[in-house]
Write a protein that binds this ligand. Structure first.
Ligand SMILES: O=P(O)(O)OC[C@H]1O[C@H](OP(=O)(O)OP(=O)(O)O)[C@H](O)[C@@H]1O
Ligand SMILES: O=c1cc[nH]c(=O)[nH]1
Ligand SMILES: [Mg+2]
Length: 209
């Protein structure tokens, strides 16, 4: 069964409060999403593999560590996932970025895929799929189907706000994919929006409401 991590770090919780606030405008919303993505990524990368190397300081030779594991691929689910990419690349500038375009049909709530472009060496990378919202879970489940179909094996999913329904759908469909969340909310409303949530993440990021 996939593990679910809900980050309780005070800095993350503080910023999430302002992200939720309907009075937070587009510019600040974007900056906060970026900052939270960096903070979450710092925690998510805690288990990255290291190897010991020798380095010469101005004073002496030292044994020290560098990253040694598989290379990373970051995959935002368009559109809203794009808002988290720069924050992640702040920490991991060498990661490659794939894109999966999905929108949720407002009537059926089913995901519709319209674009996929991944790094060419999919099988050699670990992937972190990112989207601010995990609501019914349809989009994240479909994006992981798409990644796996193209050869991705080791995948983590990172989101800002999740509904219990989405977490359950992910655990049923992809029990191998751990889920990292900044805020686990109460429920979905009749339109499939997370309650209390933050509204429509894509519209708030890009000012398209
Ligand atoms: O868990 P689900 O029920 O599938 O809902 C979550 C999806 O809905 C939102 O995207 P949206 O369809 O609004 O597209 P957008 O990012 O282009 O605005 C959000 O960014 C997720 O991708
Ligand atoms: O609450 C929600 C649910 C899906 N997508 C969003 O952007 N917000
Ligand atoms: Mg949207």
């Amino acid at each position: 069964m996939a593990k679910v991590y809900v980050f309780d770090h005070p800095l993350i919780q503080h910023k999430i409060t302002y992200i939720r606030d309907k009075n937070t405008g587009t510019k600040e919303f974007r900056e906060l999403v970026d900052e939270v993505a960096t903070l979450m990524m710092f925690e998510i990368t805690r288990d990255m593999a290291l190897e010991e190397v020798e380095v010469e300081t101005p004073v002496a030779k030292a044994k020290s560590k560098i990253l040694s594991g598989k290379k990373l691929g970051i995959v935002p689910i368009l559109r809203a996932g794009i808002g988290m990419v720069d924050g992640i690349l702040n920490l991991l500038p060498a990661a490659k970025v794939g894109h999966i375009g999905l929108y949720r049909d407002p009537a059926t709530l089913m995901p519709v895929e319209y674009y996929v472009k991944l790094p060419s060496d999919v099988e050699e990378r670990d992937f972190i799929l990112v989207d601010p919202m995990l609501a019914t879970g349809g989009s994240a489940v479909a994006a992981i189907d798409s990644l796996k179909k193209r050869g991705a094996k080791n995948i983590k999913f990172m989101c800002l706000i999740a509904a219990p329904e989405g977490v359950e759908a992910m655990q049923m469909a992809h029990p191998d994919v751990d889920i990292y969340i900044a805020g686990l909310d109460e429920k979905l409303n009749e339109k499939g929006y997370i309650v209390p949530g933050l509204g429509d993440a894509g519209d708030r990021l890009f000012g398209t409401k």
